[in-house]
Design a binder for this molecule. Sequence first.
Ligand SMILES: Nc1nc2c(ncn2[C@@H]2O[C@H](COP(=O)(O)OP(=O)(O)OP(=O)(O)O)[C@@H](O)[C@H]2O)c(=O)[nH]1
Ligand SMILES: [Mg+2]
Length: 419
Amino acid sequence: MFIDKVKIFIKAGNGGNGCTSFYTEKYVANGGPDGGDGGKGGSIIFCSDESKNSLTDFRYCQHFRAQDGENGTGKYCHGKSGDSLVIKVPRGTVIRDGESGRIIADMFGDKDTVTVLEGGLGGRGNARFKSSRRQAPHFSQKGQLTEEHAVILELMTIADVGLVGYPNVGKSTLLSVITNAKPKIANYHFTTLSPNLGVVKLYDRSFVVADIPGLIEGASEGVGLGHDFLRHIDRTRLLVHVVDISGSEGRDPYEDYKNINSELKSYNNRLARLPQIIALSKCDIAPEENIKEFRRRVRGKRIVEISGIMHKGTDELVQSIIKKLDTLPPLEPIEYEPFEFGKINTNEYSIDRFDDGSFGLSGGFIDEVARGVVLNDYDSFNYFQKTLKEKGIIKELRLRGAKDGDIIRILDFEFEFVE
Ligand SMILES: Nc1nc2c(ncn2[C@@H]2O[C@H](COP(=O)(O)OP(=O)(O)OP(=O)(O)O)[C@@H](O)[C@H]2O)c(=O)[nH]1
Ligand SMILES: [Mg+2]
């Protein structure tokens, strides 16, 4: 089963906790603090891999967690950092935020590497909190906790040329003649069920062609295989519109041509506006009259007559494609304003006033300080108060009307305001 769109859940590793410990040795009383820092959590990294061509790997595995950082221990031992998790995706995968749908990264190049979630920072051990006035800190910092996020992976194949047309018109046959690809070919509709890629090589030139399942009228409403596969030609620079000019299935070739164009338009304007070369296929069995009639009705377009099975006209078609590609801008990643999962700004804080007269402190700065607080430890609490004072938060609380005895809430704990 071919899968080209999946939702997965990713979580970077938590930071390890810092350690509270004191040096002990025989005959050494009251050794100093020697608690080590916690290790950093592992990050979630995406890497594009040219050897993959679908997202099928993600069908049964949707949860990805990087390793947590280890806790620090005594004797200044720092915890080991957690291993990052590298998730390999095919080239051309677009990574989106699962909630807003905004693009986080376009894995356009081969071996592109993007860190989507940073691991949590490790907490500092009590050895770090030693100062001239605080010789024996009985507290250390906790590691930063990370959150799970949903992301959507969407494969948008990278190819220069896309083949479009009704089912059974000879798209895959054409691909097999002009490229090295060996797609399945058969005389029934929807032989091709997932995109095929092939590379055309002519002297020093080469370009990539994508063959997708056939489209039919109403594809935009989900008729046939729907137009979901158009995503795989959404990045192309040029379309080759394959029209069965023999009318072997009793349809009017000109109507086919018009219908496919309107399906492209209902998918998106970019596709509808892409330059097209029309390949009239099955010319070996087509009445001359059909070709003339089509040429009469479609004027001013580049039209090449081909027969895939007889290998006729295909060289001319390749030459036309190269000529046209030379005039077009190169393939480029999608333009987007990258979405980043909220990086915590450890400098920011805000003060709120609640109905009951209490105050609430929140923001990255407060979270950062709160990680190090052990409320029932006098030392730790002093350190906490001092940090708030240095940041000007105590002063601001006063200005906002806080009086001694008022309740101040932080995360899930509260304390009384005293200066
Ligand atoms: N006579 C003739 N038959 C052709 C030609 N090209 C393809 N065919 C036949 O048409 C049938 C369909 O060919 P495919 O290449 O599988 O067509 P397709 O457009 O990829 O079809 P789907 O994948 O179903 O959309 C096969 O039986 C081919 O042998 C041609 O130039 N002349
Ligand atoms: Mg096919």
